[in-house]
Design a protein around this ligand. Structure first.
Ligand SMILES: Cc1cc2nc3c(=O)[nH]c(=O)nc-3n(C[C@H](O)[C@H](O)[C@H](O)COP(=O)(O)OP(=O)(O)OC[C@H]3O[C@@H](n4cnc5c(N)ncnc54)[C@H](O)[C@@H]3O)c2cc1C
Length: 505
């Protein structure tokens, strides 16, 4: 990868203009109201891009806005493909693009790859055997004894972090941690790269194709792609869940091996609460979907628990997400742990950790050239430009326990959300409207609230990621825009690489 500023000092020794400007303008910066003109001019005198940040801004207290002056941002890398977000989708996208010869950079705000797999502490990996890179990952986990198939496909979270890093290194994918994306670089309707802001400052990365794997569609939304969130009628999204890890009991494996454990676990919890008259109300009732899950992890007396639920949270509002995290952690300490410790055998249960990141089930869904619908599942649709197939059911947790609107439509006789047919995801769902040079993959693709609940699981997301990576690399090789790729040809290319699809009629 070409690091544009390799010859420039990034740390310690500021470039000429930088340090002096920092000192003078930092003093001026302490002054609110109209900027001091002489110092402001000095600050803007140099055209050189700089990592030093000391810019005069106008604060309009009445309008509650700050006017930021134009600036020159250093370009620190030029690549073929930049992938934003290192969750299951982003890793799939980056590995696929790199394996097709594209210089690939991935930027991730956390200090680990894996997204919900690792920062979110989720398990199991649903809808796993998708072929190509997804299978390679599972094989690597298996080789290390970190993948167990017993009722559910569970993996060791720490090994997952390590294996993902090793796979990225082997594929020559550069990745930057602690590196939040802030803005797309737009020229007309074309994305030319991204701006990131980190401890290194505000920096630009130029790329031919950007792949939005942020889960919440951050890149697309900031580039002006129209998007939807939540239920069509009122925008209500699925609840958030903070996963937590417990230890101190040898028998988790047996408890969790059976899917029925979900209901038994819930029954035991409610019994314990009643018997011991605990001042606790579980956040949902027994008939509702989203009852607690106790998931034993491979090889250890350790399990993760999917239990907390926080409703009516907007995943794109940092203050709401903060409050949701605090509320979910409160539920862990005040509801679930005390109740679980009353279940015979679990008296010595210990909380190992709550997840670093609250789990977001639903954020933005970027509008694309096709919107996947529940009807596509009901009709078991196959598409010529399929990038993967959905192998999971409709999985919609209660949107709000107080809300009496049915969350699911009536299905045809004999069909339930579990038995609903499966369908393909067409490439067009990954191609956002209105903006060129951009692909989306994972839970932020174009689909309805209900279809999303089936394609959001991690096996499907990683499969979408690998397809987006292949599409990006192929478009670059052919000197065309991703939107102009022949989706049917992409489908064939994916098959040639071992991607598994639902059988065709
Ligand atoms: C509580 C919960 C339980 C679930 N259980 C399961 C399960 O058991 N099995 C299953 O298969 N699926 C499960 N799912 C669904 C699944 O976890 C997600 O839908 C899936 O992780 C989506 O993958 P993704 O890569 O699109 O997003 P994510 O996993 O959310 O990854 C997005 C990545 O992008 C990074 N990112 C976001 N914004 C920025 C930014 N601005 N700059 C830089 N980086 C950024 C994030 O840090 C993260 O690493 C669950 C979801 C939740 C919430």
């Amino acid at each position: 990868m070409k690091r544009v500023n390799e010859s420039q000092p990034l740390h310690g020794d500021f470039p000429n203009t930088g340090r002096r400007r920092f000192i003078t303008t930092a003093v001026a910066g302490a002054v609110f109201g109209p900027a001091m003109p002489a110092l402001a001019q000095a600050a803007d005198a140099s055209d050189a891009p700089s990592h030093a940040v000391a810019r005069q801004m106008e604060v309009d207290s009445a309008a509650k806005v700050v006017a930021e002056p134009a600036r020159k941002t250093p370009v620190v890398a030029e690549v073929d493909v930049v992938v934003v977000g290192g969750g299951p989708t982003g890793v799939g996208a980056a590995l696929a693009a790199a394996s097709e010869g594209a210089k690939t950079l991935l930027v991730e705000r956390h200090a680990m790859l894996g997204g919900m797999w690792t920062a979110g502490l989720l398990n199991p990996l649903f809808d796993p055997r998708k072929g190509w890179i997804v299978d390679r990952l599972i094989d690597k986990l298996q080789q290390r004894g970190a993948w167990v198939r017993k009722g559910m496909d569970v993996f060791d979270v720490e090994v997952m972090k390590y294996v993902l890093e090793q796979m990225m290194a082997e594929a020559n994918v550069e990745f930057w941690y602690h590196c939040p994306f802030t803005e797309p670089i737009l020229q007309g309707d074309r994305v030319r790269g991204v701006i990131v802001e980190s401890k290194s400052g505000r920096e630009a990365v130029l790329a031919q194709v950007v792949i939005d794997c942020t889960g919440d569609g951050d890149v697309g939304a900031r580039a002006g792609v129209p998007f939807e969130m939540g239920r069509g009628t009122d925008g209500l999204c699925q609840p958030m869940t903070l996963m937590f890890e417990i230890s101190g009991y040898e028998g988790f494996r047996d408890v969790a091996a059976d899917r029925l454990a979900t209901h038994e676990f819930y029954r035991d919890l409610t019994k314990a609460i009643e018997k011991h008259e605990l001042p606790i109300q579980l956040p949902y009732g027994p008939q509702r979907s989203g009852t607690p899950y106790l998931i034993a992890l491979p090889g250890k007396a350790v399990a993760v628990v999917q239990a907390t639920h926080v409703y009516r949270v907007d995943a794109t509002d940092v203050r709401q997400v903060t409050r949701a995290t605090v509320e979910a952690r409160r539920q862990v300490h005040e509801a679930f742990l005390p109740a679980m410790r009353k279940i015979p055998g679990l008296e010595n249960l210990r909380l190992s950790q709550t997840a670093p990141q609250i789990g977001v089930r639903e954020g933005r869904r970027l509008e694309g050239r096709y919107r996947l619908e529940l009807e596509d599942l009901l009709q078991a649709r196959r598409f010529d430009d399929a990038v993967t197939s959905i192998g999971f059911h409709v999985d919609l947790h209660e949107l709000d326990p107080q809300d009496s609107t049915p969350k699911l439509p009536e299905f045809p006789p004999g069909v339930t959300r579990h038995t609903i047919s499966k369908c393909d995801i067409p490439y067009r769902c990954l191609v956002p409207k209105q903006v060129q040079g951009l692909l989306s993959a994972g839970r932020c693709i174009s689909g309805s609230h209900l279809a999303h609940s089936a394609y959001r699981v991690t096996g499907t997301c990683m499969a979408m990621g690998q397809a987006a990576g292949l599409a990006a690399a192929t478009a670059i090789q052919r000197n065309v825009l991703p939107a102009d790729l022949d989706g049917a040809e992409l489908h064939t290319m994916l098959q040639q690489r071992g991607v598994q699809f639902l059988p065709r009629a």
